[in-house]
Design a protein. Sequence first.
Length: 282
Amino acid sequence: MKIRYAVILSVVLLLVAACAQKVNDPADVQAIKDMQPAWDKAWNPGNTEAVTSGFYTADAMRMEPNKPAIVGKDAIRAAVQNTFDQYSSEGRTVAADVRVSGDLAVAWGTTEGRVILKADGHSIPIKDKWVNALQRQPDGSWKTFWDIGNSDLPVADSLPVGVEEQALMQIERDWAAAGVNSDWAALDKILAAEYVNNSDGTIRPKKQILAEMKSGASKTTSATTNEMRALVLGETGIVQGLWAEKGTRNGKDMSATYRFTDIFVKRDGRWQVATSYSPKAQ
């Protein structure tokens, strides 16, 4: 009888052990940590399918900074592809801590690097922290069902460059080309009627700038824009950057590099520059 009870007790203990969930199993923890370099190998080259199918569940939710949540693998795939269409990436992702309980896990970590706007090479730094909630799949692999990220950087530094921001930066390039080509008609469209330029304390309204270009008093032989950063707030836009120019005004050499801030307004669906402040770069 004692033997029978001992056997029954052993079976019960085995069943309880089998039902008990593994907590922080080293193999599971390492498997989830290994997902991060694998993520970089998929994300940095812009492999949309490898990112979405390899790391997300069908009902996953991706929560990016300053955006509504993206729900479902198909929606995530479309959002990721849109990102890859505009940017290339150079980032390194590291899992700082992983907690596992049975078939569920949570991990947090960091990502550092940069994204580069394909249109003009404009670079945006990345310094993010993230939290992932993961679920074990039938094949034993892990996939994320909640993906939450936010940036350590100031908002202005972490904002993506979207369609409107790209439009503002293109206007800056068109402005530079208009100066070199003495295209006063193009410049007339770029500058709002009330436009005023403040360059190291010298105030020049739109009317004066156009008159100098038309008469030949102002001549630009080269003009380039660099290090541009754009921010759109409703119907107002701001672009900051470096403007390097060679040229003359009234026969005087005016070649210099300026660190400019341009304020844009959107009227009838079209952006125009309302005012500029452009001190010489030190």
